[in-house]
Ligand binder design. Structure first.
Ligand SMILES: O=C[C@H](O)[C@H](O)[C@H](O)COP(=O)(O)O
Length: 225
């Protein structure tokens, strides 16, 4: 199967996963990226079965609206029963690196407000150890150089993602060569640097279900303790 076919397959599995949760008052959380886009496209067929969505990016909000799905502000909604999103890497504990599409901060906010996080990914995203994918860190623009120096002290090789402005008006540093031995501790440590808005480690709050696309079909996995 091609990667696109795997993405379509996990998107379809996510539709089956959330279908029992839908209802006229239900607003669901929707993520960002090429895998999430396929989920959005398939969600269109169910648009009469739920109230609408909260999106983790302007791009996803636009795509949802394009399918006639109402998009709500998270502040209007409070919590969502489920959040469906992709990942750049996911480990056996369902801790993830996210933010390849620069949407990490809004993704983390919607995930924090979700009762259940369903991660959809093709098999190439499953890793033993997080960190081959460069870890994105969203920074307030005036703090970029300072934060980069602090990241170097922690052993990273941060690279400014030139030309990218997040939906929050901020910038991204991609951290190469990071040894991520303890994702929960590292997530907190990076967030404590002044000028960091958030980082792409989703470790303290990982996914609850992983729908992983493989050539043998979609595996439905729950995290190892
Ligand atoms: O900022 C982007 C997000 O974290 C995406 O969910 C992540 O990069 C995965 O994207 P894709 O499904 O395109 O591989």
């Amino acid at each position: 199967m091609t990667q696109d076919e795997l993405k379509d397959a996990v998107a379809a599995a996510a539709i089956d996963e959330i279908r029992p949760l839908l209802g006229r008052d239900v607003v669901i959380g929707v993520g960002t990226g090429s895998t999430a886009n396929r989920f959005i496209d398939q969600l269109a067929a169910l648009s009469g079965d739920f109230r609408g969505a909260v999106a983790s990016s302007e791009a996803s909000a636009e795509r949802l609206r394009g399918h006639g799905i109402d998009v709500f502000e998270l502040n209007e909604v409070g919590t969502v029963p489920v959040y469906v999103d992709g990942a750049d890497e996911v480990n056996a504990h369902f801790q993830m690196i996210k933010g390849g599409g620069a949407a990490l901060t809004r993704e983390k906010i919607v995930a924090a407000c979700a009762q259940r996080f369903v991660c959809i990914a093709d098999g190439s995203k499953k890793v033993k150890r997080l960190g081959d994918f460069p870890l994105p860190v969203e920074v307030i623009p005036m703090a970029r150089s300072y934060v980069a120096r602090e990241l170097v002290k922690l052993g990273a090789d941060p690279v400014y993602r030139e030309g990218v402005v997040t939906d929050n008006g901020n910038q991204i540093l991609d951290c190469y060569e990071f040894m991520i031995d303890d994702p929960v501790a590292m997530e907190a440590q990076l967030n404590a640097i002044v000028g960091v808005v958030t980082n792409g480690l989703f470790a303290a709050r990982g996914a609850d279900v992983l729908l992983l696309g493989t050539d043998q079909g979609v595996e439905r996995l729950t995290p190892e303790a």
